[in-house]
Design a protein around this ligand. Structure first.
Ligand SMILES: [Zn+2]
Length: 592
């Protein structure tokens, strides 16, 4: 993964900050504690000029006070960079973040600077602890994000040079201190800008793809302090990386079926940057409003309109204890790919809508999330997303085995209530993969699929209808055995429909073995179904029985379909039965 695209975002931010606020690096390092908009309350512990505790004042968060609050998040166990902190509980935050921060500042500066006034503030906080804590508690509502800070003699933390200096120093130390030990080296090459003879730091990379203490990711040793060897970053790049990450968090972090990812634009022409970034910021706003389409579709739809000379990296990550673990990095996705992703999905959903039986079914990435839930199959989910976005090839066996399991589950759950729905959705998703040309890639690109409903009136014979059906379904029914299984499934459903009408129950379901059907079962079922039709005096499907029988004979003994996929093709026959109209005046109406 290259981080230069992130650094470019950071560089733009740095230039903007410097232009607006001047050269002081404090302005670069300081963070907005209310960046998410969830921390709107600020509790100010007021101390007067003579070091008397006055009150704890409730104020509203002000954007223009960011440099006064002077907030910068530290490690979750330790203090923040200055005595401004987000409240977890009044007691903990006051003691572990505020008081401790004063102590750390006094210790760091007592040899070089006059810290007497800090000691006095510290004393005031300690001697009024009970009163202050009770004042904080009175005004603290755990449901509202609240910031705690100290105001001495009308001066905020950021009005005191000692804290500004500490922020500047510690922000840089943060780039090379690992567990209190230094990881830096002089006269080396920066791994981002490739410049030589630089001082490089070992802890500046916030993207833990290159995590320094996890085996597997990093070439070379795993000693934490040696991490500069693996990802040495110079000061300029470290600052840009930090600002770039902050920009990503605020503007370019999205969710793909609940998984966090950064959408990182890679531009060829820097002059386009501002325009592209403003389009992407709009996307963020649009996502909050639109509820009909999924986030993924809106993203595809927007990004497809951009010019193909730019591309996007998608960085899927998880955040644990403020460490950022990269789970998947998808590289250089072009706007034309997003167009394809969107158009093929629209094609599939148009097909669903065109058939009255499936018009309420929508195919999108929610299906993939159902198939591969985050808790148990996240790896598979991300791998399929990677295949789809990067136009790779999906393994047929892999995807069909999971889909078959899903369909069998639905057949057996809640008396098959969602069997049709989930089978059609599964097939819709497979069609999507096929249209994208990631499934059966070796067979080449297929055209759009034109219909999802087959009516006898368009054909001379039923045989012609089925041959046409098999041909139009994009390589899914590529051999006689698959066709035979499909036909037997369809006939089984026809029989169940007749049973339902004649007996108001469907005892034949018990012959389907919970859909765990093999080759022998298919051969067994055909004569069983035939006998039942005779029994019910419902012999409308003689030609189809003959057709199924023909396919079985053609399949011979060597079936191409794997035993495990048989339930899939069988259930397609059972469910697509509703999508195939065989007679203008069908003798038995379907039971749906
Ligand atoms: Zn550099």
């Amino acid at each position: 993964m290259e981080l230069s695209a992130v650094c470019l975002l950071g560089k733009i931010q740095k230039e903007k900050i410097t232009k607006e606020l001047g050269e002081d690096t404090v302005n670069i390092f300081v963070e907005n504690p209310n960046d998410t908009g969830a921390y709107n309350v600020v509790l100010e512990i007021i101390i007067d000029k003579s070091f008397n505790y006055v009150e704890t004042k409730v104020t509203e968060f002000k954007n223009e006070y960011i440099s006064k609050y002077l907030y910068k998040k530290g490690s979750s166990n330790g203090t923040d960079f200055t005595p401004t902190a987000k409240i977890t509980t009044p007691e903990k935050t006051f003691q572990n973040k505020i008081i401790k921060s004063y102590e750390e500042t006094i210790n760091a500066y007592k040899k070089t600077k006059d810290v007497e006034f800090l000691e006095k503030i510290h004393n005031t906080l300690i001697s009024n602890k009970d009163k202050i804590l009770s004042d904080i508690s009175k005004n603290f509502d755990s449901k509202k994000g609240t910031i705690l800070t100290v105001v001495y003699d009308n001066k905020y933390i950021g009005d005191l040079e000692i804290f500004r200096d500490k922020l500047r120093q510690d922000a840089v130390k943060n780039y090379y201190l690992i567990d209190g030990k230094e990881s830096r080296n002089k006269d080396k090459t920066c791994s981002i800008c490739k410049e030589k003879n630089k001082e490089v730091y070992g802890n500046a990379n916030v993207f833990k793809f290159y995590t320094v203490d996890k085996e597997g990711y990093v070439a070379g040793g795993f000693k934490k302090l040696d991490s500069w060897r693996n990802f040495p970053v110079c000061l300029d790049c470290a600052v840009e990386l930090e600002l770039g990450k902050r920009y990503l968090d605020e503007n370019l972090s999205f969710k793909f079926q609940g998984r966090d990812f950064y959408l990182i634009p890679k531009l060829v022409f820097e002059k386009d940057t501002e325009r592209i970034l403003s389009i992407l910021r709009m996307l963020k706003g649009e996502l909050l409003e639109n509820t009909y389409e999924t986030m993924e579709e809106i993203m595809f739809k927007r990004l497809q309109t951009l010019e193909n000379y730019m591309s996007f990296d998608l960085l899927f990550y998880e955040e644990n204890n403020s460490a950022l673990n990269i789970k998947l990095s998808v590289q250089e996705v072009l706007p034309s790919r997003f167009r394809k992703l969107y158009e093929c999905l629209s094609n599939v959903n148009q097909l669903m809508q065109d058939c009255p039986k499936s018009e309420k079914i929508r195919v999108d990435f929610r299906y993939l999330n159902t198939l591969f839930p985050r808790k148990t199959h996240n790896r598979y989910f991300l791998e399929v997303v990677d295949i789809i976005l990067s136009d790779k090839r999906i393994d047929y066996k892999f995807i069909i085995s999971h889909i078959t399991k899903h369909i069998i589950d639905k057949f057996n759950e809640e008396e098959g209530r969602y069997f049709y729905h989930e089978s059609i959705k599964s097939y819709g998703f497979l069609m999507y993969l096929r249209l994208l040309n990631v499934l059966f890639k070796e067979n080449g690109q297929v055209k759009n699929m034109e219909k999802f409903y087959w009516d006898i009136k368009d054909y001379n014979t039923r045989e012609e209808l089925f041959e046409s059906f098999f041909n139009e379904n994009m390589d899914f029914f590529s051999s006689p055995d698959k066709k035979a299984i499909f036909m037997v499934g369809l006939l089984a459903q026809k029989l169940l429909n007749i049973q339902m009408i004649k007996e108001q129950r469907t005892p034949f379901v018990n012959r389907l073995k919970g859909l765990k059907l093999g080759k022998k079962d298919i051969k067994r079922l055909l004569p069983e179904i035939q006998n039942k039709f005779i029994e019910y005096d419902a012999q409308y499907y003689k030609d189809i029985l003959a057709l199924a029988s023909n396919y079985l004979i053609n399949a011979g003994e060597k079936w191409t379909v794997s035993e495990l996929d048989i339930p899939f093709y069988f259930s397609m026959g059972m469910n697509l039965e509703r999508h195939i109209k065989l007679s203008n005046k069908e003798e038995v109406e379907n039971n749906d």
